[in-house]
Structure formats: structure tokens, C-alpha cells
Design a protein around this ligand. Structure first.
Ligand SMILES: *[C@@H]1O[C@H](CO)[C@@H](O)[C@H](O)[C@H]1NC(C)=O
Ligand SMILES: *[C@@H]1O[C@H](CO)[C@@H](O)[C@H](O)[C@H]1NC(C)=O
Ligand SMILES: *[C@@H]1O[C@H](CO)[C@@H](O)[C@H](O)[C@H]1NC(C)=O
Ligand SMILES: *[C@@H]1O[C@H](CO)[C@@H](O)[C@H](O)[C@H]1NC(C)=O
Ligand SMILES: *[C@@H]1O[C@H](CO)[C@@H](O)[C@H](O)[C@H]1NC(C)=O
Length: 313
């Protein structure tokens, strides 16, 4: 498919697809032989449907069709190769979005996070990914820490301790003034830590410019979050928008891969979205943990040979 070739050239292929939990209140009729289709009994090319009419995947020959096209209209679905256990996915652009998490000055600027070398390395692939998504009419969603005074009152002490940079725990965490830094001879007010509208909570470098352009053009949207996950609890601004716009498939990138990206991805999975972890735009200061988490979940659960369920006769 022409579209997927373009996207693949943008390294969109660096993804592993995780299984989304599907509501199965009214299961589509499943022929018994189709349940065997994954285990090499000669029916690999049969189409298997998982889920109900309202929410389902169709799987043919290792390609997971996520478009739910019998129930909802399609525009120009794209088929993309995957890195994980599943070979390929087919997506409907109008119901697919890119979620970019925490690519903020606080986590990436060399003066504020000198160790975030891999995160800064993710900027260039993220730019290409944004361009690919915009080109195919798929929304780009910026999901970032953006705290309010109310959040400072209600956020638990465990989070304040976790984000405290110094020995003065109470005054060196969310909401505290981070002073100034100098860049190219200009003094920058870093602002209060991860507060909405502060400089440190803005996307880093060229991503800030791209975010502004995208929001102006209507291709991108901005969502503040007040926990590691942008989809925690009963509802969040991001969750409400996804629900109201009937988006079902989410691609994830940002920092840190094993923290904010991962917890948002896991919450999305729990809430029933199809979730795609994009390897080269998800980075962290603790890469071996992220590698193990994603490998464990996307490539057959750790180092044990994957046991396929087989019906006993
Ligand atoms: C199924 O996949 C195999 C191996 O990738 C390929 O040879 C075959 O042509 C595919 N069949 C269909 C119907 O796409
Ligand atoms: C899907 O397409 C409709 C009709 O063009 C448009 O109004 C809507 O914004 C699109 N949704 C997304 C998430 O792109
Ligand atoms: C934190 O800062 C406030 C205002 O500057 C000050 O009144 C307070 O004593 C400080 N708390 C600690 C534990 O240093
Ligand atoms: C400082 O210079 C670099 C390199 O030219 C540029 O990328 C960056 O945006 C500049 N920073 C500011 C605050 O102007
Ligand atoms: C990741 O997994 C590899 C292989 O099992 C192991 O050697 C390594 O210690 C793990 N890394 C961490 C941080 O646990």
C-alpha cells in the first residue's frame, strides 16, 4: 500500500503491538477451526475475528486489522509492519492518533536533565513521525505534565517525594521555582516545576515550534496531565477527547519510556484502546529496564518459549 510504504520509510515500523482487551458481550461466531489458526494447522490464512460487532479485530495471516470497518466507515486504511510478536497491523487513519509524552524542557534540556542523551536522540525520529502522521491526516496529541494550584494541593506526597530533586523535599518538587538558566547569552526563566504554562513544561527545542504550528493548523492537540499517566482514574482531558472523537488506536512515544510513556500506554490498554509502542521515539534514562519491559510484553513474555493454548480432545 502506498501509504504504508511512505510511513515505513519514516521508521514507523519500529513498533510492537500489544493486545487490547476487547469487550465480548456478543461474540462474533467463531468457527472452532479458526481458533487453531495461530498454531500452524494449515488454516493460517483464515480470518479470525476477536471481539463483538461493536469492537473487534480481524486477523488474517498474521495481519491484525484494527479498523472495525464493518461498524465504522473507513477512509484509506494503512497496513504497517510491526517488530513484535505480531507481523503487521491495518489501521484507519481517522481513528488513529500519535501520543507524544513529556518531551518537555524539564526532561530533555541539557541544563535541566544532562543525562537525557537518549531522550534528546528521540527528537529527530519524533519529528519524522509527526510529519508522517500529519501527512496522513492522523492527529498528533501532546500529552504533558501541566500542573495547577489545585494539583499541588491534591497530588499525593509519594509523587512529590518521587519528583524532588534535592534535600529540601518540600520546596524542590512540583510547583517550586526553578530559577533561571542562560542559553545563547539569553536568560530564561525556567519557571515553577512542571506547572502549566511554564517554560520548563514546554516541549524541548524544535518540538516546541512544531507543537505551536500543529495546534494552529488544527493537526495537533495539547493535553495537560497531573500524574505519570495521561489516562489515569475515571477520566482525563485526553481520555475525554479520545472518547468523543472515537479514536481507537494509539501510537506512543516520548520520555521516559518505562515511566510516563509506559503508564499511559498501560492505562490505554486497560481502557480498551489498541496500543502501539514505537521503539525509536520512546526513550529513557534507564534503557535496559525499558527494553526488558517492552520485550517482555510485545515479544512473547520474557525468555520462556511462548506456550500456545491448544484445545485438548
Ligand atoms: C500469508 O503469509 C505468507 C508468509 O508470510 C505468504 O507467503 C502468503 O502469501 C500470505 N497469504 C496471504 C493470503 O496473504
Ligand atoms: C474524522 O473525520 C471527520 C470527518 O472528516 C472529522 O470531522 C474528524 O475530526 C476526524 N477525526 C479525527 C480524530 O481525525
Ligand atoms: C519552603 O519555602 C517557603 C517559602 O519560600 C518557606 O516559607 C518554607 O519555610 C520553606 N520550607 C522548607 C521546609 O524549607
Ligand atoms: C540557542 O541556539 C541553538 C542553536 O542555534 C538553538 O537551537 C536554540 O533554539 C537557541 N535557544 C534559544 C533560547 O534561542
Ligand atoms: C534485562 O534482561 C536481560 C536479559 O534477561 C538481563 O540480563 C538484564 O539484567 C535485564 N535488565 C534489567 C535492568 O533488569
Amino acid at each position: 500500500m502506498a501509504g504504508s510504504t511512505v510511513l515505513a520509510a519514516l521508521k514507523l515500523l519500529s513498533s510492537a503491538l500489544l493486545l487490547s482487551q476487547l469487550c465480548a458481550a456478543t461474540p462474533v461466531k467463531l468457527e472452532e477451526r479458526q481458533a487453531y489458526a495461530m498454531i500452524g494447522d494449515g488454516f493460517e490464512e483464515a480470518t479470525m475475528t476477536l471481539g463483538s460487532y461493536y469492537n473487534y479485530w480481524s486477523i488474517t495471516n498474521g495481519t491484525y486489522d484494527l479498523t472495525r470497518s464493518q461498524r465504522a466507515p473507513t477512509t484509506s486504511p494503512k497496513t504497517l509492519p510491526m517488530m513484535g510478536d505480531r507481523k503487521a497491523i491495518k489501521i484507519e487513519p481517522n481513528r488513529t492518533a500519535l501520543v507524544i509524552i513529556d518531551m518537555q524542557n524539564f526532561f530533555l534540556h541539557p541544563e535541566l536533565s544532562p543525562g537525557a542523551v537518549d531522550g534528546r536522540g528521540a527528537v529527530a525520529p519524533t519529528v519524522r513521525m509527526i510529519e508522517g502522521f500529519r501527512k496522513h491526516g492522523m492527529k498528533v496529541l501532546w500529552v504533558n505534565w501541566g500542573l495547577t494550584e489545585y494539583d499541588l494541593l491534591t497530588i499525593p506526597p509519594a509523587f512529590k517525594a518521587g519528583f524532588s530533586g534535592g534535600s529540601n523535599l518540600a520546596n524542590e518538587t512540583f510547583g517550586s521555582d526553578m530559577g533561571t538558566l542562560k542559553e545563547n547569552g539569553t536568560t530564561i526563566e525556567v519557571g515553577r516545576m512542571l506547572m502549566r504554562g511554564s517554560w520548563n513544561a514546554e516541549p524541548y527545542g524544535v518540538l516546541g515550534t512544531m507543537k505551536d504550528e500543529g495546534i494552529k493548523a488544527g493537526t495537533d492537540l495539547w493535553f495537560d496531565k497531573n500524574r505519570l499517566s495521561g489516562l489515569w482514574g475515571p477520566q482525563t482531558p485526553l481520555g475525554l477527547w479520545l472518547q468523543e472523537n472515537e479514536v481507537s488506536t494509539l501510537f506512543f512515544g516520548g520520555v521516559n519510556a518505562d515511566q510516563c510513556v509506559w503508564s499511559t500506554l498501560v492505562d490505554a490498554y486497560f481502557k480498551g484502546y489498541d496500543v502501539v509502542y514505537v521503539d525509536d521515539i520512546s526513550q529513557t534514562t534507564s534503557p535496559s529496564y525499558a527494553v526488558n519491559m517492552t520485550r517482555y510484553n510485545a515479544q512473547g513474555y520474557g525468555e520462556f518459549p511462548q506456550v500456545k493454548w491448544q484445545k485438548q480432545s
